[in-house]
Design a protein around this ligand. Structure first.
Ligand code: GAL
Length: 671
């Protein structure tokens, strides 16, 4: 797809929401728009789930409601982020064509009645989505209110993996393009194992449910295929829009804790601007660190360019086992943490809380209880802040630290048969990120193979699947003087999920100066002790150092006596290896040692409030902006100089940040 004809342009930081006026009578719309004005809302996503309204019968379009809403928003000076409306097919489509419905791995269909009930490869769905997108794009492509196109919605949220016959056809097509010959496919999937050799393309199926473990190569390719198919859905709609409109196009990513099916590294270049949806996940140990990680990854997907937080919540969601509201000030802290980490837009799902449907207990900007509520007051306060800090827009976060993240490693780590079911890829990424985050450091998230020049510290958590050339980028960078930390299970398989032989960590082995001979995972709940006095869990390994120094070894557990933490001088740099999962505090302590060696530091010095304060600096052409988010309940103080943008007060050496507050200091003199 071509890049958008024009970039997303917005005055300051965008502030907005999903708006679903079709759930309300038109009398409510006037009140909505008046209240949006009060809150400072200036970017509204509509027509996200509009299909059955605007195309009530096949090929019969009714745009009266949408015309009206767009007109009202435009008259109020609110810009529109216009959905193509294809996120959820109408009942008439799946009633007439049940073969559009997605199929689970056990061969059973999933019914309509929820959302996203379609197979991403379905030609019938694709044609219907193309026709709708074309109609919407032609009608509104030049509408002055439309400032962004919102293709579908959270593509692949529910239907990423479809196992139907149509998917099988598309999977075979994709495999032919990837491998060309069956010989190559057989080699890549290791089909010599268990008599799985394919002699005809037609024999190949999606990895449907089996009695025993499935072929992991097939499962890995099915992930790649599915991510590509979903991206094709995006591209097909974007192409139709691009034919009639030069407005930038995007879709909302789900860089968040529980969604793994889309390799967004391969989607990012198609986006007019990166947009992400993020919801705090209270099932995690540290939801706040995960928020920071997701924001940093969103920025990484755009190669550092500003992005938009397309959805988050003002309070409880409705899809976790227990849905927690936010604490006082948390809407503001969460929102500004995203802005600190590069967002130029802060939007919520959704504007007005639904009274019906499965999301009626999901929070909104305008709660069921109305405007005389703490949530509404905080929303209005946030709107004011966002307006006041508009000059931050366009500035960029700079950091000395990169963390290598890979969706392919996520998929490969979690195929059927592995050393320990307790080992999760994202958990390892979060643990490493959390240790850096606890030190107040700012981190870029980069793809395997990304250029690392300019960084001083590189962290490679559990990069299970790695290509030789991707590993070389890291080891060459170390040899040139960098400091890196690689953690266990990295460098285990190549892109075909084939084990790197000769000792684990494969292409990292030489640089790390250690050969891992055997994995020895540890049962959940069992602690390990290291010679450094540290406790650890989950994992241990039996290995021998070749050239590395042992910094700590296992005192007990299945690998007693073997190295747990090593450091190898490699060229002009240092390659650290961690063969276990330390406790959070011990991980942070190790990271501090490595960070000190790499000479990387937080964005500013914290005088008081350590542990509860998040610091990030964005740099613009004229000034830089130090974001100080105080998550604690007591005041914090941070060394800074300049003007505080929220209060307008000068800062002459120390910024005092009340408990729970955020301060943003425009610094004139930071290099
Ligand atoms: C997102 C979705 C929204 C809404 C929200 C609830 O996944 O895009 O439509 O469902 O979550 O948290």
């Amino acid at each position: 797809m071509s890049t958008p004809a024009r970039p997303f342009a917005h005055n300051g930081i965008a502030f907005g929401c999903d708006y679903n006026p079709e759930q309300w009578a038109p009398e409510v719309w006037d009140e909505d728009i008046a209240l949006m004005g009060e809150a400072g809302v200036d970017l509204v996503a509509i027509n996200i789930f509009g299909w059955s309204h605007i195309e009530p019968r096949p090929g019969e379009f009714d745009f009266r409601g949408l015309d009206d809403v767009l007109g009202r928003l435009h008259a109020a000076g609110i810009r529109v982020n216009l959905g193509t409306g294809t996120a959820s097919p109408p009942a008439w489509l799946t009633a007439a064509h049940p073969e559009v419905l997605p199929m689970a791995e056990d061969g059973t269909r999933r019914y309509p009645g929820g959302r996203q009930a379609f197979c991403p490869s379905s030609p019938i769905f694709r044609e219907a989505a193309r026709r709708l997108t074309d109609a919407v794009a032609r009608r509104y492509g030049e509408h002055p209110a439309v400032s962004l196109w919102h293709v579908s919605n959270e593509i692949g949220c529910h239907n990423a993996l479809c196992y139907c016959d149509e998917s099988a056809v598309a999977f075979r097509r994709w495999l032919r393009a990837r491998y060309g010959t069956l010989d190559r496919l057989n080699a890549a999937w290791g089909t010599a194992f268990w008599s799985q050799v394919y002699g005809d393309w037609e024999e190949i199926l999606p990895p449907r449910a089996t009695l025993s473990a499935r072929n992991p190569g097939q499962a890995l390719d099915f992930h790649r295929f599915s991510s590509d198919e979903l991206r094709e859905n995006y591209r097909a709609e974007a192409e139709v829009i691009r034919a009639v409109s030069d407005v930038p196009i995007t879709t909302n990513f789900m860089v968040t804790a529980h969604i793994e099916n889309m390799d967004y590294w391969s989607w990012a270049a198609d986006m007019g601007i990166i947009a992400n949806d993020h919801y705090l996940d209270h099932r995690l140990d540290d939801p706040r660190a995960e928020l920071a990680f997701a924001a940093d990854l969103s920025r990484g997907l755009g190669q550092g360019a500003p992005w938009i937080l397309m959805e988050h919540s003002t309070g409880a969601v409705n899809w976790q086992p227990l849905n927690k509201p936010k604490g006082a000030g948390e809407i503001i802290r969460n929102s500004l943490t995203h802005v600190a980490r590069g967002a130029d837009g802060v939007c919520f799902f959704q504007w007005r809380a639904s009274v019906q449907g499965s999301e009626k207990f999901h929070s909104a900007m305008l709660p069921h209880a109305g405007t005389d509520t703490a949530v509404w007051r905080e929303v209005v306060e946030l709107g004011g802040i966002v307006e006041r800090i508009g000059e931050v827009a366009g500035s960029r976060v700079h950091t000395d630290i990169a963390l290598v993240f890979s969706w392919e490693s996520w998929w490969a780590t979690q195929t059927d048969s592995r050393p320990s079911r307790s080992l999760g890829y994202l958990d390892q990424v979060h643990a490493a990120y959390g240790a850096l985050h606890a030190l107040g450091l700012t981190i870029d998230i980069v793809a395997p193979g990304a250029d690392l020049s300019g960084y001083r510290l590189v962290v490679v958590p559990g990069l299970h699947l790695v290509r030789e050339e991707e590993a070389s980028v890291i080891t060459d960078w170390i040899a040139a003087g960098g400091t890196a930390l690689v953690t266990f299970y990295s460098g285990t398989v190549d892109e075909d999920d084939r084990v790197w032989t000769g000792g684990y960590t494969g292409p990292f082995r030489e640089a790390l100066g250690i050969r891992v001979e055997e994995f020895a995972p540890v049962p959940p709940g069992e602690d390990l002790h290291l010679s450094s006095g540290t406790t650890a869990r989950l994992w241990s390994e039996r290995s021998r150092v070749t050239t590395a120094q042992v910094e700590a070894s296992f005192v007990d557990g299945p690998s007693a006596g073997h190295p747990a933490v090593t450091r190898n001088a490699w060229g002009d740099g240092a390659a650290w290896y961690l063969a276990t999962l330390p406790s959070a505090a011990d991980y942070a302590a190790l990271m501090r040692r490595i960070a000190d060696e790499a000479d990387v530091h937080p964005a500013a010095a914290i005088r008081s409030g350590n542990g509860a304060v998040e610091l990030v600096r964005r740099r613009g052409a004229e000034a830089s902006y130090l974001f100080i988010v105080n998550h604690g309940s007591t005041p914090a103080s941070v060394e800074a100089r300049g003007t505080e943008l929220i209060t307008g007060m000068p800062v002459t050496g120390v910024a005092a940040v009340p408990g729970g507050a955020v301060r943003i200091v425009r610094e004139e003199a930071v290099a």
